[in-house]
Ligand binder design. Structure first.
Ligand SMILES: NC(=O)c1ccc[n+]([C@@H]2O[C@H](COP(=O)([O-])OP(=O)(O)OC[C@H]3O[C@@H](n4cnc5c(N)ncnc54)[C@H](OP(=O)(O)O)[C@@H]3O)[C@@H](O)[C@H]2O)c1
Length: 301
């Protein structure tokens, strides 16, 4: 198959590209960063700029599936300007692809968009599978709903649509896990709040395999892209400390303090939700890293 990826140069995109190339697919990718645009066997970069509406229309030639991963990082301070950036980088870019497909003859059959578990409201008791009512009213919850709506517009072109509601991706190259490791390594690691809040996560290799599974099996609709067993904040901090042979002696940092330091973004540390990957498990997907203990023993040596 020929697969067009946006955001292919990022954390998930790089792993997914390797996975798809190993499976002998052809990868086209769109990048906003011209120097990242390369061409080699089965791997072809094209330039775009969703802000100005520019896109190299050749990117779509012969493409069967689009994977839309592009988006500004949520790990930057959420100023009003940056909130627009978070929105536009995901939604203007999806709109630009939609316009291209609407006016250009093509053979795209499947549009797969990244999404986030932030769409589910916090809960001590709910178990969120893909049929759960999802409408968290935080900034991030609202953003994810708009992001998913921008993916759903592709249905009007008779294209299958999938939304990958992704938990925190664990990788040793980039992302949240690396940020969690840093203070623990420096002997100042600690949990947050009660530490009981459940965090949904997934190993980088499993998410790449899950995208590939969704492509192969033409899985449609919402997919919870999380490991089967969430981890509490306290448990996660303890596993990392154990892997790094570091003690944890500081008290957990309270929510009010983290709100002062991070502003609205502090919710990322205190979110509490139990999300389950029911759809892919029922379809036969097998996790290589089902528990945080197994994932972290692979990632932290
Ligand atoms: N990693 C996670 O824990 C996680 C969890 C939940 C959801 N997700 C979502 O999954 C997607 C991929 O995540 P990731 O961790 O791989 O992200 P990432 O490493 O930050 O990479 C995202 C890519 O998007 C492109 N991009 C960045 N800013 C952009 C902008 N303003 N306009 C258009 N494109 C822009 C960049 O590619 P170019 O420079 O090549 O254009 C970048 O490499 C994101 O949408 C993210 O929100 C990730």
């Amino acid at each position: 198959m020929k697969i067009l990826i946006t955001g292919a140069t990022g954390l998930i995109g790089q792993e997914l590209t390797n996975q798809l190339l190993q499976e002998n697919h052809i990868v086209h990718y769109l990048t906003t960063t011209p120097f990242k645009s390369h061409r080699r066997q089965n791997y072809f970069g094209f330039n775009w700029n969703p802000k100005t509406g520019k896109i190299d229309e050749n990117c779509i030639q012969g493409v069967d599936v689009i994977v839309h991963l592009a988006g500004a990082s949520i790990a930057e301070k959420w100023t009003p300007y940056y909130k627009n950036e978070l929105h536009d980088s995901r939604i203007q870019s999806a709109d630009l692809l939609f316009q291209l497909l609407s006016k250009t003859p093509n053979q795209v059959k499947h549009f797969i968009s990244a999404s986030g578990t932030a769409i589910y409201p916090d809960s001590d008791s709910a178990l969120y599978d893909e049929e759960a009512i999802a409408s968290d009213d935080s900034f991030l919850g609202d953003l994810v709903q708009k992001w998913e709506a921008s993916a759903d517009q592709f249905k009007s072109l008779h294209i299958k649509v999938t939304k990958m509601r992704t938990g925190i991706v664990f990788s040793n190259k980039k992302g949240a896990l690396r940020e969690m490791i840093k203070p623990i390594k420096m002997f100042v690691g600690t949990g947050f709040g009660s530490g009981k809040q459940l965090q949904s996560w997934i190993h980088i290799k499993d998410i790449a395999r899950m995208y590939s599974f969704v492509i192969q099996n033409q899985v449609e609709g919402v997919v919870n892209a999380v490991a089967p067993i969430p981890v509490s904040n306290q448990e996660l901090t303890s596993i990392i400390a154990k892997r790094l042979h570091r003690p944890l002696f500081l008290p957990n940092l309270p929510r009010s303090f983290m709100k002062m330091v991070l502003g609205e973004m502090h919710i990322l540390l205190f979110n509490n939700k139990n999300v389950v990957p029911k759809k892919v498990v029922n379809l036969g997907f097998k996790f290589d890293y089902p528990t945080a203990e197994i994932a972290l023993s692979h990632l932290i040596k």
